[in-house]
Design a protein. Structure first.
Length: 205
């Protein structure tokens, strides 16, 4: 499902950071890692787990996860070369690549978790992005999608929050792909989680 917020057509430097404006956008985004620390707690990867982040931006979640447990294997894709450079400085051991949500450059069943923080509303084709997340996830792996909360401490984040109707549509799309979805109202974020079907279920479909 197209969300109506195409990254490729947007001139917003926060959507697809390029050039000087993009570097400044990355610096602004990286000033507050509160949402990413909140997401890391909700994600709760086990030691040695593989986490793939879609749209990692300047790398806050990657850095938070590496700080919490260096045994976690980190990878991710982002369509911005500016963000790729900034994230590699924050998470030098992560396998970070240029790529978009609807065409992730990773193998099938290669991640225990797929996460997307504050960019799912910018995916040009949400259905394709969700299908890619499921492809990359191992059976029983978890998906975490998060976006700015209407109750966030930051006025700018509150202004970016999406209405309940948008969240209802997102949860419906996730349930269509994964069979399940739960909403979590956090301090900085509103989040959706889902679990990839077990191997026997996936084979039957």
């Amino acid at each position: 499902m197209a969300d109506g917020h195409s990254v490729s057509s947007s001139r917003n430097p926060f959507a697809l950071p390029t050039g000087v404006a993009g570097r400044l956008a990355g610096w602004i985004m990286a000033r507050d890692d509160g949402p990413h620390r909140e997401a890391a707690v909700l994600l709760a990867p086990a030691p040695g787990a593989t986490v793939c982040e879609v749209g990692f931006g300047p790398g806050q979640l990657l850095a938070v996860l590496a700080e919490r447990d260096p045994s976690i294997r980190l990878c991710g894709a982002d369509p911005s070369e500016v963000m790729l450079a900034q994230a590699r400085r924050r998470a030098p051991s992560a396998d970070l690549r240029l790529g978009a949500a609807d065409e992730l450059p990773f193998y099938d069943d290669s991640a225990d978790h797929v996460a997307s923080i504050n960019n799912v509303a910018l995916w040009p084709d949400r259905g394709a992005g969700l299908a890619e997340a499921r492809r990359v996830l191992q059976p029983g792996g978890t998906l975490l999608l998060a976006w700015h909360s209407s109750s966030a401490p930051s006025p700018m984040r509150r202004a970016l929050a999406r209405p309940d109707a948008w969240w209802d549509e997102l949860l419906a799309d996730v349930r269509n792909e994964f069979g399940n979805a739960d909403r979590h109202n956090l301090r900085h974020l509103t989040a959706c989680t889902a679990t990839a079907p077990p191997a026997d279920t996936a084979e039957e479909e």
